[in-house]
Ligand binder design. Structure first.
Ligand code: SAH
Length: 482
């Protein structure tokens, strides 16, 4: 038989928990959250339960279980770890028609406690009817990551304004449209942006203004990370789930786009060295057009939108046109490639600073401060540099960086086809040519890059011909397999 789902109001109602261990403590905590008058019956209590009893937050019924403990209780929870005792508590509760839960024993229970996603006043409860609590917990984790934390304050606000909203929009259809706006528009966005006072102000204004508020329009600038979908943030995932339109760069792989809402329109505005090129003005115009049409626009960029991503220019443009926006940072290529190549960007023994440098074209290379870049004990991370490896290596050497300075060149970082080339600065251009390294690749120069050899763990490691090829020892591989 399927269970009958139920949310119980336990405020000020006596509830009995039998057992004084950690499980009983967890149950008591959840019941206290719901405002129940919790009685805990057990010969001994955990330190926390004892503390709560001393504070008067719970009532302690000492000694061995007695039937009289059940008097006046609306619900009973048996959490003793002694199955005979649990069974006795359950049968005596059932005889008195009290709902009883025996922890981890659906057969003895007349009610079960679901896995809960809490955005109070919103609560989502998941039950597998006791058949697979572990699955319920996993589902809970999945859903938890999809639900915006701003939902809780949004619902609390909506609850407080409900009478006013009802009065202002007496017509049901109109009220629905108002709620759509409330749940989706600027109020929610401001709550996400940690501006609750402003959010409430906007809600008030909308109730004072004539008619219904205008359709939502906003843009979320999202960093997609370096390519591995596992490196998206939860916020990025939520934005992708809510998007109507996604304007994405070429660097964003299909595996990331696959996570977006199915019916979101995807528009590639990629700019890849040499390939199809969409002018920045065209991107701006598309952003404006879709935002003004009231669509939820996600501008999805590889890595972090503010690191060599022209995200700043796009925000300035939106700001100029009065389009509200949010920004979701992403893991930038330098951070991701370093992690996936086993190169700690800073290391107490080798580097005290990191520089993110663009080696995009002649002009940008000429204006760099090479004497500063050539100094020791710092790590350099060059973006967009595959075409300029000769120049980068030559300039650093010319300004005094040692020929033996290690480098790690990471191609397709964090993707299954990642290759890491390791060697010394003097060999860099030749080795890169030999292995036909292509964009996207990130170059790390500095003492820390030598750690790629021992610490490398992802993808293929290519090393200079002068060294032995890197083959994991069979014993290490066996240890992995075990
Ligand atoms: N905003 C992006 C950088 C865009 S510039 C970020 O924060 O990562 C594009 C350059 O980033 C590429 O030329 C390359 O140098 C680097 N890059 C991006 N993704 C990469 C990846 N998966 N592996 C190696 N380099 C990458």
């Amino acid at each position: 038989m399927p269970l009958y789902p139920l949310f119980a109001d336990l405020a000020d109602r006596p509830v009995l928990v039998v057992g004084g261990g950690v499980v009983a403590e967890r149950k008591a905590a959840a019941l206290l959250d719901a405002g129940a008058r919790v009685r805990v019956g057990a010969p001994a209590l955990t330190a926390t339960l004892a503390h709560w009893a001393a504070q008067g937050r719970i009532a302690h019924l000492p000694g061995r279980y007695r039937r009289t403990w059940q008097e006046g209780a609306w619900l009973v929870i048996a959490a003793t770890g002694d199955s005979a005792l649990n069974a006795r508590v359950a049968s005596e509760a059932t005889a008195r028609r009290r709902l009883v839960n025996v922890v981890d024993d659906p057969a003895l229970s007349s009610f079960q406690v679901p896995a809960v996603i809490d955005r109070a006043p919103l609560q989502l409860a998941i039950s597998t009817g006791g058949s697979a609590p572990a699955l319920a917990r996993r589902l809970r984790e999945n859903l938890e990551s999809l639900l915006d934390p701003a939902l809780a304050p949004l619902l609390a606000l909506a609850q407080r304004y409900r009478p006013r909203i009802r009065q202002r929009h007496a017509d049901l259809a109109q009220r629905r449209r108002f709620y759509d706006w409330l749940h989706d528009g600027p109020v929610r966005r401001l709550l996400r942006a940690a501006q609750p006072a402003l959010a409430e102000h906007v809600l008030q204004l909308s109730l004072d203004a004539p008619g219904l508020p205008a359709a939502r329009s906003s843009v979320v600038l999202v960093g997609a990370g370096p390519g591995d979908p596992g490196l998206l943030t939860l916020r990025a995932l939520r934005a992708l789930n809510e998007a109507d339109v996604i304007l994405h760069d070429a660097l964003v792989p299909p595996a990331v786009l696959d996570l977006a809402r199915r019916d979101a329109e995807r528009i590639a505005v990629g700019k890849r060295g040499g390939g199809a090129h969409v002018a920045q003005d065209t991107i701006h115009a598309l952003l404006l057009q879709h935002a003004r049409a009231g669509r939820r626009v996600v501008r999805l960029k590889g890595g972090d939108p503010f690191v060599f991503g022209r995200g700043g220019e796009e925000l300035e443009f939106l700001h100029h046109h009065g389009i509200p926006f949010e920004v979701v940072p992403g893991i930038t290529a330098a951070v991701a490639c370093a992690a996936y190549a086993g190169v700690p960007l800073t290391h107490r023994a080798h580097a005290q600073s990191v520089r993110l440098v663009t080696a995009h074209c002649r002009d940008s290379l000429d204006t760099l401060d090479w004497p500063a870049l050539a100094r020791e004990r710092q790590t350099l991370a060059f973006y967009m540099g595959v075409g300029s490896l000769d120049t980068v290596s030559r300039k650093l050497l010319a300004h005094g960086r040692a020929a033996s300075t290690p480098f790690a060149l990471v191609e397709n970082g964090s993707l299954p086809q990642q290759r890491t080339l390791a060697g010394t600065l003097a060999e860099l251009p030749g080795l890169a040519r030999h292995h036909a390294i292509a964009a996207p690749a990130l170059l790390i120069v500095g003492e820390v890059a030598a750690l790629a050899e021992p610490l490398h763990w992802y993808g293929e490691l290519l090393e200079s011909c002068s060294r032995q090829p890197h083959v994991p020892s069979p014993s290490a591989a066996m240890a992995d397999a075990a």
